[in-house]
Design a protein around this ligand. Structure first.
Ligand SMILES: [Fe+2]
Ligand SMILES: [Fe+2]
Length: 258
């Protein structure tokens, strides 16, 4: 069996594991009608019209563009894990749990690359903006090239994180790969949010946008069942907890110099 076949088999196994976890973790989440999903934040009421308990999921309507942007939110949280992993690896590679990196790369592969990029952006969004008037068309090719480079880096991350621990000679190349991936994808997602998705919405027109809303829901259901976003969010929270990143206040910047 060659290396590519082995990697494909590992990825398929990882996908099955993640899908099992997604399915179990998201049991009970709602997916009613057109892009109606759940969220676990405050400010809305549950089905009984009462204030939700902390962490309780409540229905929320999201448009297609909002849905794509909150998928970026999951991916940005994965980038935060990559960034913190690079710091921790350089500080003390011997105590860094490589499985955290493996789980994050699996999530990025299944939710980010195979679903968000390959099934939505590359099929519906990039071809539309490439043929539409306006400045966004200039970005289509480089965004596509960045998807491809991202997949190469994810292959590398999945391969290097199979061991329990990262060996000393792997630390610096791994940390650099993590940092360059974060740098690329932060710019990539920011540009999609602010230029590409709005241009796509404008080029699509109201009726087709509505139809695509149903289509995107179909794709999400086909791949993840009824609760893809919620399950990915739960998995991301578990990964953050295992790396000690759940306290938002730890990221509050120090005061500036006086
Ligand atoms: Fe993209
Ligand atoms: Fe994207």
């Amino acid at each position: 069996m060659n290396e590519t076949t082995k990697l494909n088999e590992t990825t398929n196994l990882n996908r099955r594991r993640l899908l099992t976890t997604l399915s179990v973790a998201g049991a009970g989440a709602l997916m009613i009608g057109c892009r109606e999903n759940t969220r676990s934040t405050g400010g809305a009421t549950n089905d009984d019209g009462k204030e939700p308990a902390p962490g309780e999921a409540v229905p929320v309507q999201v448009t297609v563009a909002e849905d794509l942007m909150r998928e970026h939110g999951i991916l940005r949280r994965a980038l935060l894990v990559y960034q913190e992993s690079a710091v921790k690896l350089r500080q003390d590679a011997a105590s860094f749990p490589a499985e955290v990196l493996e789980k994050t790369a699996q999530l990025f592969r299944v939710f980010g690359e195979d679903y968000h990029e390959k099934r939505l952006e590359e099929v519906y969004i990039f071809p539309t903006i490439k043929n539409a008037p306006g400045g966004a068309r200039a970005y289509a090719d480089v965004l596509l090239a960045q998807h491809a480079r991202g997949r190469e880096i994810t292959d590398y991350l999945l391969s290097v994180s199979k061991a329990d621990r990262i060996s000393t000679h792997q630390v610096e190349p791994l940390a650099k790969a993590l940092e360059s991936f974060v740098r690329m994808y932060e710019h990539h997602a920011a540009l999609e949010d602010t230029v590409v998705f709005p241009a796509w919405k404008t080029a699509t027109g109201e009726q087709e946008y509505e139809e695509l809303s149903a289509k995107f829901e179909e794709v999400e259901m086909e791949i993840f069942g009824a609760d893809g976003f919620e399950s990915a969010l739960k998995r991301m929270e578990e990964i953050e907890a295992s790396l000690g990143l759940t306290n938002l206040d730890m990221f509050t910047a120090p005061p500036p110099p006086k």
